[in-house]
Design a binder for this molecule. Structure first.
Ligand SMILES: [Zn+2]
Length: 490
């Protein structure tokens, strides 16, 4: 007995000694990497090489169809002999017939005309060579989705492979991709009365809204919601496996997103299916709500949508969701319409993360919301390139430091790398260049946040991903010190 105790004491002593020697050493390594980072942060090319090599954890906010590059869509259509309108560069999948000037890809001669059509297509499908004098940037951005998103499920395997390859190449170990490809072959029994009552009640009577939603949910479940979710899972799992996505170094999980532009019961139908899907605890780990926030229906039904999340969250307490909220800027809507969206998403809907949150400073309850996000650890997903292009918000006008200084967890994301022709490395370069008050340790914490606040399930898997990230960051820091540029002698 005595012997065991002695051994334990000795073991504890050794562990304690190791802790004493290793912790300061780790801190010292991070401090020296931080010194190097400060040396290179004004050099955009060295900064790019720094962030290209740095493990970046996860990308928690991006949309599948907007993350695939135009070149990949072009390749998918070329491989499948899809259609192209040779006058407008619009495209279509092979199924339907089209009159001239549409042609099959196989009919296009491989010459200069082919290349100029491809360039015209890339300009239509992304921000490439965008000319603001011809069209507003937000209109151009959102229009790309209606032109491309129908190709995305058609070429999903190639698209998924592209997202994985890009992530692996830029040291990203996990991505949470928003998709909307639910099999929606179920219909709610016609009830125009519910629709009108929902809109009318949403601003003054939450209980009346919940009552109608409870009835709508019962009707949907009775009309095949369960088997629609089953069909969706079979399709998604098949695609996920065919694309060979998950391995020992990389993992992809999905969020199911509904469009906020639809009629109320259609939004609710899609949200219910999404909550049912996530509740089965598989590849789909979260729910989202998207499309332009300043749209006519989005603005009218915003609070109603938040009440839908509140009701579903009560019924499916384990299902996490992130909400696009405050993706607005002064001038896009009336000032009074900038006052409540993030507040409602956090306090009414109970969002677990907020996407964008750009309009936070205009919210009436700004400080209360920031306090709540900090206290309850509700992170904000920051998308710098996206906000610059769509909202024209950047530099000191962007609230990333407002969130950071209020201790709201920040994660850095891409939103739509394909449409915006960017990547996650570029987002970190922009962050470090524009906000010199953010130090290496702050940015490293944002990277750790991207796994910590992901919707990865179960908890043991998230822990494993966190350990993987910590090990990768330690290897990166050791490598930086090995190859850093020697300090210039004064
Ligand atoms: Zn988004």
């Amino acid at each position: 007995m005595l012997k065991v105790t002695k051994t334990r004491i000795l073991a504890a002593g050794v562990t304690g000694l190791m802790a004493l020697t290793t912790i300061p050493k780790e801190k010292d390594v991070t401090r020296r990497v931080s010194d190097y980072f400060e040396q290179v942060r004004r050099d955009p090319l060295l900064l790019t090489t720094f962030f290209a090599a740095m493990p970046k954890g996860g990308d928690l906010h991006h949309h599948f169809s907007g993350s695939v590059y135009g070149e990949t869509y072009w390749q998918i259509l070329s491989d499948s002999n899809g259609w192209i309108n040779t006058a407008t560069a619009e495209i279509d999948t092979p199924g339907r017939a089209h009159p001239a000037p549409w042609k099959h890809f196989a009919e296009l001669p491989r010459n200069g005309r082919f290349d100029s059509l491809k360039q015209a297509f890339l300009r239509m499908a992304s921000v490439k060579d965008f000319n603001e004098s011809l069209r507003p940037s937000d209109e151009h951005f959102f229009a790309t989705f209606s032109k491309m998103s129908f190709v995305a499920p058609f070429g999903m395997v190639q698209g998924l492979r592209e997202l994985k390859q890009r992530a692996v190449d830029e040291q990203v170990q996990y991505i949470e991709t928003q998709v909307g490809l639910l099999d929606t072959a179920i219909t709610l029994p016609e009830n125009a009365g519910w629709e009108k009552s929902l809109v009318a009640a949403s601003l003054k009577d939450s209980l009346a809204v919940f009552e109608i939603l409870d009835k709508a949910r019962a009707a949907l479940l009775a009309h095949g919601a369960g088997s629609a979710v089953d069909n969706f899972f079979r399709r998604l799992e098949h695609l996920h496996q065919e694309a060979n996505i998950d391995d020992t170094t990389f993992m992809l999980r999905y969020q199911l997103a509904a469009s906020r532009l639809e009629a109320p019961l259609e939004v609710y139908r899609r949200l219910l299916l999404a909550f049912e899907a996530v509740n089965r605890r598989s590849l789909v780990v979260g729910v989202n709500l998207l499309k332009r926030e300043d749209g006519e229906v989005s603005m009218r039904d915003y609070r109603l949508h938040m009440l839908m999340f509140a009701q579903l969250s009560r019924l499916y307490p384990e299902v996490p969701y992130s909400l696009h909220a405050g993706e607005l800027a002064m001038g896009m809507v009336r000032p009074e319409q900038l006052r409540t969206h993030i507040t409602d998403a956090v306090l009414t809907a109970g969002a677990k993360r907020i996407g964008h949150g750009v309009a936070i400073a205009y919210e009436t309850a700004c400080r209360t919301v920031l306090d709540s996000m900090a206290r309850r650890k509700v992170p904000v997903e920051i998308n710098l390139s996206s906000n610059e292009f769509i909202l024209k918000v950047k530099n000191e006008q962007h609230p990333v430091l407002l969130y950071h200084t209020h201790q709201v967890p920040v994660v850095i994301c891409t939103d739509d790398a394909g449409v915006l022709r960017t990547d996650l490395t570029r987002q970190f370069v922009l962050l470090a260049t524009r906000y010199p008050s953010l130090h290496y340790a702050d940015i490293k914490q944002m990277i750790i946040n991207s796994i910590q606040y992901s919707f990865i399930y179960p908890a043991a898997l998230k822990k494993q991903q966190l350990r993987q990230l910590e090990a990768a960051l330690a290897r990166f820091e050791a490598e930086v010190l090995r190859y850093r540029r020697p300090a210039v002698a004064k």
